[in-house]
Design a protein around this ligand. Structure first.
Ligand code: AMP
Ligand code: MG
Length: 315
């Protein structure tokens, strides 16, 4: 299904983007985490198109992107814990899973009675939400299982001809998907790691944060193989680098300097997170036969980076 003509819009064309969304079309939008593939969250047939365009199983729930003051439209139970998290981290890279209202169709939630809500901080996402006036359901704007997009060109590489438009607004600042937290009364569970850490969630809520990122109760859609480029990915410890003989097809992505022609140096956890997906996408080049990744060892973003790398390396 590559038969639609995909428009490349610039960040001054949010009106056009809002009109397309109102007409039930799909528009890829910039956010501070990664580019999202947006549809009107209250329009079930529009939401259903997301799964077709991405090739994503419809059982995997989507995040609804909102302005912070729209929470009551979509959350049927909003506790003090939710309010504290929103005050501390919204707008920003935190998704809060809460019981949903009937405005949220089952297509969005994979038939769950809960919904993941996030208020993005990207100025273009905010402007678009304000123009559009309702929530936008959006997963990452990539083909299912592939590396998430952090620039508009990545979106086109995966979805050109499958979606109505993409709004171009430079590179995503964070570069990793949002932290996901579920709230049940006073209980706080971490479902997916991201730039906002478990320690930050604990201090903002005063609650113990239960780690549910692994095991049977982990967030639906947190599949083991994800974020994978065409070439196989291997995680390498910096101390093991000296024993590796590089071949011409090797791409090295490293937090330490590496003496190899095809290497990307991302020196600390923040730049590593921001540059990781762009670098992993170089592993789609047919000339690349192996991607070796030397992750950073220190910094708040290391747990989220390692989560993504383990999935990228999973075969
Ligand atoms: P993405 O793949 O980046 O679109 O993130 C969507 C992910 O958010 C899903 O795969 C789930 O892991 C999580 N999620 C969204 N809504 C819910 C929900 N209602 N309950 C639990 N997890 C959710
Ligand atoms: Mg995704």
């Amino acid at each position: 299904m590559a038969n639609i003509s995909t428009q490349l819009l610039d960040s001054h064309e949010v009106d056009t983007a809002a009109e397309l969304l109102t007409a039930g079309e799909l528009v890829a939008i910039p956010t501070e985490t990664v580019y999202g593939l947006a549809a009107d969250a209250e329009n079930a047939p529009a939401v259903a198109k997301i799964f077709v365009a991405k090739g994503r199983p419809p059982s995997q729930p989507l995040i609804v992107h909102i302005r912070p003051d729209w929470v009551e439209r979509y959350a049927s139970d909003w506790t003090n814990v939710g309010q504290r998290l929103a005050e501390a981290f919204w707008p920003g890279p935190l998704t809060i899973v809460v019981p949903k209202t009937e405005r949220v169709p089952h297509e969005v939630t994979g038939c769950l009675d809960s919904v993941g809500l996030r208020a993005p901080s990207h100025p273009v996402a905010i402007e678009l939400l304000d123009r559009f006036g309702r929530g936008l359901a959006a997963p990452s704007a990539n083909l299912y299982g592939h590396v998430s997009p952090t620039v508009a060109q990545h979106v086109l590489d995966d979805l050109d001809g499958r979606i109505a438009a993409v709004v171009e607004a430079g590179a995503s600042r964070v570069g990793l998907e949002s932290t996901i937290v579920a709230i049940d009364g006073d209980h706080v569970s971490l479902l997916r790691r991201g730039a906002i850490t478990a320690a930050q969630l604990g201090s903002a809520t005063g609650q113990t944060v239960v780690d549910k990122t692994m095991g049977p109760t982990r967030a639906p859609g947190m599949v083991l193989s994800h974020y994978a480029p065409a070439a196989p990915v291997e995680i390498v410890d910096a101390s093991a680098l000296a024993n590796i003989t590089f071949g011409p097809g090797d791409l090295v992505i490293a937090a330490v300097p590496v003496d190899h022609v095809y290497s990307v140096h991302l020196p600390d956890d923040v730049s590593f997170a921001a540059g990781l997906y762009e670098a992993l996408r170089k592993g789609d080049d047919p000339a690349v036969t192996r991607v070796l990744v030397v992750p950073p060892v220190a910094g708040d973003l290391v747990p989220a980076i390692m989560d993504r790398l383990r999935r990228a390396a999973h075969r």
